[in-house]
Design a protein around this ligand. Structure first.
Ligand SMILES: Nc1ncnc2c1ncn2[C@@H]1O[C@H](COP(=O)(O)OP(=O)(O)OP(=O)(O)O)[C@@H](O)[C@H]1O
Ligand SMILES: [Mg+2]
Length: 299
């Protein structure tokens, strides 16, 4: 089901971390992204997911740890540098111009031209043709590439962004919560294109807080909670129900307890109960996961 993986991951992070001044947003995170595989990054609000991908995407410089591409240590000085290394990122807000046709958005910033000197102009015909073909290759059946991209559904727009990254030669595709704002049916469509990008040999980094979206397409699962890694599992090391309970159980209760402590105060009996429950659920998970989690710390 999952694609081929070569020995050396396209991207590897070792003990990576990021502080914003005194705020420790992320620390000690390790995982790998292989060609033809999907690495899922799961975590609740504020877990550090966006911070993590911004480092892969070259938007932020890590404060600690190592980033390797094809086994070699790299430092990205800009998003352009990450893109040149083949790492493309589709952000949740999708930088599209709603009133522009689909084909214009597809080539935005990389327009094809024809002719020379004063006769140089946009090669509209070829751009439309390529957009149509590339979308069709990804199995996206758009009636008309002239329609404004704003008329597409959220799911379709995500799919156009994925097809675009594939066409422009991405080796690694990072998707920041592509299914967060979508209903069940559209989420399914986006998951299908994630699988298709994987089958075309890309390494995909799929950020989500929904284990039910992650599990069917994922080969590897990195779980973040409040800025630390709570596990980096291969699919055969974790079941969907374990993943769900790790996400919904301890992690979520932990965050909730944290929020409540801040908002209501530690002394409230309700807050103390949530804290107790979070601790208990962590103990239960600890007992079940211990054998799986310790050796996978992916040294
Ligand atoms: N530029 C910044 N300056 C200071 N703190 C930041 C900055 N960016 C993020 N943080 C903090 O780092 C932590 C992790 O944030 P991050 O945005 O990575 O989380 P996330 O998992 O993407 O959350 P969400 O699901 O809400 O998008 C949070 O506590 C956040 O407040
Ligand atoms: Mg985020």
């Amino acid at each position: 089901m999952s694609g081929v993986s070569t020995d050396v991951p396209v991207v590897e992070v070792r003990g990576i971390g990021k502080s914003y001044g005194p705020v420790n947003a992320l620390a000690g995170v390790s995982t790998t992204v292989s060609a033809g595989q999907v690495t899922c990054v799961l975590g609740d609000n504020g877990a550090g997911k966006s911070t993590f991908i911004k480092m892969l995407a070259g938007a932020h410089t890590p404060s600690s740890g190592e980033l390797l591409v094809d086994g070699d240590p790299v430092t990205f000085s800009s998003p352009r540098a990450a893109l040149d290394a083949g790492i493309a990122t589709v952000y949740q807000d999708l930088a599209v111009v709603p009133l522009m046709p689909v084909w214009r958005n597809f080539f935005l910033g990389s327009e094809l031209t024809t002719g020379w000197g004063p006769l140089r102009r946009l090669d509209v015909k070829r751009m439309k043709q390529i957009t149509y073909t590339e979308l069709a290759n990804m199995g996206i059946d758009l009636r008309d590439v002239n329609q404004p991209i704003g008329t597409l559904s959220g799911g379709e727009r995500q799919c156009v962004a994925i097809a675009r990254a594939v066409y422009f030669g991405a080796r690694v595709l990072i998707l920041d919560e592509p299914t967060a704002a979508l209903g069940v049916k559209q989420s399914g469509v986006v998951l299908k294109y994630i699988a298709r990008a994987r089958d075309r040999g890309l390494g995909v980094v799929f950020i989500t807080h929904n284990p039910h979206h992650a599990y069917p397409v994922g080969d590897r699962f990195l779980l973040l909670n409040r800025g630390t890694s709570i596990g980096n599992f291969e699919k055969n090391e974790i079941s969907l129900s374990q993943l769900t309970s790790m996400m919904a159980g301890g992690a979520e209760l932990d965050s909730l307890a944290h929020e409540l402590q801040r908002e209501i105060g530690e002394d409230s009996p309700v807050v103390q109960e949530v804290v107790r429950e979070a601790e208990q659920s962590r103990r239960v998970e600890g007992a079940g996961e211990r054998s799986a989690s310790s050796p996978t710390a992916s040294a």
